[in-house]
Write a protein that binds this ligand. Sequence first.
Ligand code: HDD
Length: 703
Amino acid sequence: MASRKPAANKTAARPTASKSAAADKRGSGDELHQSAGGAHPPLTTNQGIPVSDNQNSLRATPRGPTLLEDFVLREKITHFDHERIPERIVHARGSAAHGYFELTRSLQKYTTAKLLTEVGKRTPVFTRFSTVAGGAGSVDTPRDVRGFAVKFYTSEGNWDLVGNNIPVFFIQDAIKFPDVVHSVKMEPDRAFPQAGSAHDTFWDFISLTPEAMHMIMWAMSDRTIPRSLRTIEGFGVHSFRLLDAKGNSTFVKFHWRPKLGIQSTVWDEAVKLQAADNDFHRRDLFEAIESGGFPEWEFAVQLFTEKEADKFPFDHLDPTKLIPEELVPLTVIGRMVLDRWPDNFFAETEQVAFCPANIVPGIDFSNDPLLQGRLFSYLDTQLSRLGGPNFHQIPINAPKCPFANLQRDGHMQMQVPKGRVNYEPSSLQADTPRETPAGFRSHATPPDDGAKGRIRAESFADHYTQARLFFRSQTRPEQAHMASSLVFELSKVGTPHVREAIVGHLRHVDAGLAQRVADGLGLDALPPAPPAAVAPKDMKPSPALQIIGKMKDTLQGRCVGILVDDGSDATTIKALRKAVESAGATVKIVAPKLGGAKLGDGRKLPADGQLAGTPSVVFDAVAIVLSDAGGKALAKEAAAVDFVRDAYGHLKAIAADAGAQALLKAGNVGKDKGVVDASDTKAFIAAAKTRQWDREPKVRTLA
Ligand code: HDD
């Protein structure tokens, strides 16, 4: 039987409360806390009462009941019970960073907005990337659109550019947003699948929503399986207006272009990444910032007048349409650098509240009906997510310029306004805030002709032309990936008429694509195409819509894994490391044991990752440097065989020395210009900058 004497409780992790005299003295000097170093401030309750024992609750007797009197326990547990706020209804899973936006070219001719006119000026930003469908704890790498939300803390107030990594959207009218989101989220009766669109309800909704077909083309492309958040583009999606001092308006579309170029994964790799590292994108962003390789994007605009817009063969107010760069070129006007990881995830990344309605003087909204609905939705969601109308006072949301008005009170008011006057007009106090001529003005947009009504403009009726433009603008491997992802997704749909309806829509996009998907699904005949409100037209292909065509010829910011074991050749490893690092990438050593490998020269090389937990999917390219014995031993090791087979299957460059050949053979690694001798570092670097697209037909059957 356990002793009733507290002093005998030797197994407790901390000294017991009954040693109160000792506990009083413990404070910051507790030997169990010494490792952190420094002078620890006393632990207190939220009322500032110093706590003498953070290990034991107050008990009536050493083995007796806990007392309600224990306010320290009650406060701590109560706070803990309330530590979560409702997660975002969409975009719940996200990662964010601080940084700055620097203007490099003035838009003075078009706008009064200071952040767009003062060249050289650095505006602080907080940028959050997200997936759309999954919950906050879901993985980073499902097939999904990525959110790209930037809060600019300008000297004229906060501007939130809340965009995605795709320049168009599923729907044309905000009233359909709850429907599209319900359909993609887990199905309500069975509560699966998490974070994925490959299920019946999503494709059912899409099959009945032809306006989504353009976005579907993007969603089925490799844009939705990015390699890194540092290698995605961002788009403001809607047309906005820029306003000059006289109130003249120019339309504008906003673009973010990653300095490292766009890069994506292949689907099999994305699937395996989900198992290899749930936090792959978050970790990648964190590690890049911590190592000083600050992610950077160009900020570019497409500017056009109302007159020019009237001549476009589509309606730019329709958010399912993009403006090809060939029609309105991009002008780079600045850059964004993310150089600081948040200090605290909850306080910053979770509590940040983006609202497309947050805008500054000199920028204005367009009549895009999706944007118009968003202007309401985000403030509304923040009220329930953050609990009240004062969420703008939370540090991550507060403007960094002075702000003052006569709004008062409410949940969690942090400010202590002074004086009698909380209304306007007033005459009792000289220092109350007043409206200013420099304040925000809306563009005086003349009303359209026509009557009030629940109307979809005729100019929004063409649902297929730009879907076709996107598909036909892609390279062959990219088209094959799109066809295959459609087959994959629809193969997870249990309802035959839904699968068939989608293939019917695809016939309007591209007959060849429809046939490939029908074949991939094993359909005996092509289903009928639904009637199209407007027959699709052919537009000039836009290579700017590709990923492969836009990849940059660089290894900057990427990561190469070198697999080693006891006896590996030190000189080869050294030369590879040198070549990779001089090309701007990082090297990680993978070995069967984390302690490392004893190399041929007798020295021990510590590993960054243990083989079983560090598959090749986490690298952009790999090198295998092994002794003959090491190669033979690893050829019998499933994790090593997967390492090389996956690197090959994911079209990555592989450098291998003579000892590695046994392993390459076990992994069925073939020969092509992406599989190079480990001594040929030049060839390896060249191959590692891209993927071996020609290899793909040898490793998988694509639709
Ligand atoms: Fe939205 C979040 C982007 C249409 C309603 N949206 C949210 C986020 C991004 C976008 C990036 C996450 C922001 C963050 O990191 O906290 N949303 C878009 C884009 C859209 C779009 C690019 C179309 C062009 N959204 C859209 C519509 C509605 C919403 C039409 C509603 C009418 N979106 C929301 C929301 C969210 C949100 C429910 C969830 C959490 C939040 O706002 O803060 O209000």
